[in-house]
Structure formats: structure tokens, C-alpha cells
Design a protein around this ligand. Sequence first.
Ligand SMILES: *Cc1c(COP(=O)(O)O)cnc(C)c1O
Length: 382
Amino acid sequence: MQFRDLQKQYKVLKPQIDSAMMSVAASAHFISGPEVKELEKVLAEYVGVKHCITCANGTDAITIAMKAWGVGKGDAVFVPDFTFFSSGECPADEGATSIYVDVNQRTYNMDPVKLEAVVQKVIAEGKYKAKAVIAVDLFGLPADYPSLRTICDKYNLLLLEDGAQGFGGNINGKMVCSFGDISTTSFFPAKPLGCYGDGGAIFTNNDKWADLMRSICIHGKDTSNPNDPNAKYNNIRLGMNSRLDTIQAAILLSKFKAFVDYELADVNKVAAWYSEGLKDTSLILPEIKEGFYSSWAQYTIQLPADVDRKNLQAKLKATDIPSMVYYAKPMHLQSAFTGTDSANAGCPVTEKLCATVLSIPIDPYKTKEDVNLVISKLKEAL
Ligand SMILES: *Cc1c(COP(=O)(O)O)cnc(C)c1O
């Protein structure tokens, strides 16, 4: 069994995807072709924000937002301790200090009560300026934005939504990537909406930041005269080279249709089969609160403390069931942060999760038989 079956998805979508790729090849408009603009329009509309700016990957998307906000030395940026490395890497790369915040054990997302305590501590110590929060929609589930927004407003913090894993999710109909002052996502192949390589996007309602970020994506070019062909060689700031290839935009346009037509509903069906089939076990299952809708980037369970995870994974593997550990190490314990103030986080929930979590195969193309097989092999291995 595949952990996330991208080959099966391709088999189903082959005619549309092949024709999308071939038409870009035929047009030879490989960079900034019309499909890129079209995709930005479609995604902005879907998410319900004014601007979508595509870029090279989800990591660049966060970095570009940090640059637009002028995040840098002396700033504290609050990041969940349980996440993929980029969420804390990007602010630190800009010279800011990532301050790690513990998460909720059942949703895996940043704990708003703990965020407020950490923000108050940083403000009281006075060493850093409390500048921004990077909230992550881990495993597909939107973070607790109603509570996070209240705290950001109270302490005058900018809110970035790292929606790399959450695209397609929502809270009471309000879409992922609409919750941040700026929101970002990734189109890495294994994400809920993936392309055939690297890709990312940034979302905001703020016109000024949108202009600035478009400029940063293309070497800091002057974007004030889009119709002047020479303006693109007028560089008014330092930027990056971060664009989504036309071929990836074309692939995403055709995959997006399947994503909204049935993939999101189907992956939720798969998750529901798991939750039903595993409910009478000693496992702790992911919790989706009332009003929240996940795009299920992962289905992540927690093993009882006395279960040897490595051994369990080996038993599953012997029966052709792949499993992954997302994530084995809290952010504050990553060696890249050793000796910095980022290493001084008290995050007992994250430490416990890192020792007990296990992600099992999920994607919209799994059948009831696939799920039943995983459930029975998992029960046997336990
Ligand atoms: C994948 C991921 C990123 C980075 O996206 P890339 O496109 O791989 O650069 C950032 N944050 C989170 C939470 C992710 O899962």
C-alpha cells in the first residue's frame, strides 16, 4: 500500500493533466504564463481573499511574508513547537527569534492559552519585541483562529497562517488561508492540493502588502507600471527569485477541479472510516471540534506510552502498511536552535506527542477495503 497514492490520483486524472502539461510545452510560456494568473484568480476566489500570489514553494511563501512585514533582528515570532521545520526556520532566517509555544494534545495545533502566557512573558522580559504569530493548520485542521485572533489583537501582533497542510479546510465555512493577516500554503506533491514539483502561494486582503510581496518574488522589481516592459529591470528593493512555473499552475488548475469536486469529501470519508474503526482501541484519535473541517493532510494517532513505536512500525511494514512519524522532534530541540533563546521552551505536550504519534496511510483514493486492512493490521500489531 502507498502512504499517499499519487500514482492512483494521476491514473484517474491523466487525460486532463497530460493535456495541461502538453499545452504549456507547446506554448513555451514556461515562466509567468497565463495559467499562473488564472490559478491566482481561481484560488483567491475559492479562499475568499482579495490577493493570491503564487511563488516557488511554501517555505518561500513564509519568508516573503516575513520580509513584507520587516520581521528581523530583535523581533519575537511565536510558532507552535509541533510543526514542520519551515514554520520556525523562516522567521529565524530573517534574524528574528522563533519562540516556541506548546500545542493542544487532541488538535495538535497551537494552544491559545499557552500562547498568551508566552507572549506576556516575552513582553515582561523586554528582550524582544513581540511581533507576530505563525499559526499552523497541522495535518489539515485549521488552528483555533477565533481564539488566536483575539490574542493577536490584544497584544498588537501580526498573524500569519501557515496553511501548507490545511488548504481546503475551513471553520464554519470560512476557508483556510483566509485567517491570517497574510496566509501561506504549499503545493508540495504530498500536500492536500499538490503539484508535480515545488510550489506555493500567499494570500492577503492587504493591497500594500500584496504589491510588496509581488515585488519581492521577482528580485524586488518595480511593480507600479505593469504595462511598461522595461520596468521589470528597475529594481527598487532586494528580493528573491520565487515563482510558480506555468506548467505547475496548469497542473494545479486541472487538479483543483477534482480537489473541490470530490477529493476533499472523499478524504473526509476515509478519515471517518478510521475514526469509526479505531474508536474502541487504546489509541488516541485526532479530534475535530464542532464547526471545524479538516483537509486531512495526515491521519495521526497517538500510541499508548508502553507501545514500542519502532517495533510497531516494523510489524506494519512487514504486512505492507507504511506509516510515518510526523514529527519525531520538537522544534525547540532541533540542533539548529541549540544555544539560542528558541531552545528555551517548556512544551511538555509536544514532547509527549513526538514520542507517541504515528501517521497512517490516507488520501482521497483509499477504499473502504484499504482502510479496513490498515485497521486490522494495526489492531493485530498492537
Ligand atoms: C510543507 C510545509 C511547509 C513548507 O512547504 P514547502 O513547499 O515544502 O517549502 C511549511 N509549513 C508546513 C507546516 C509544512 O507542512
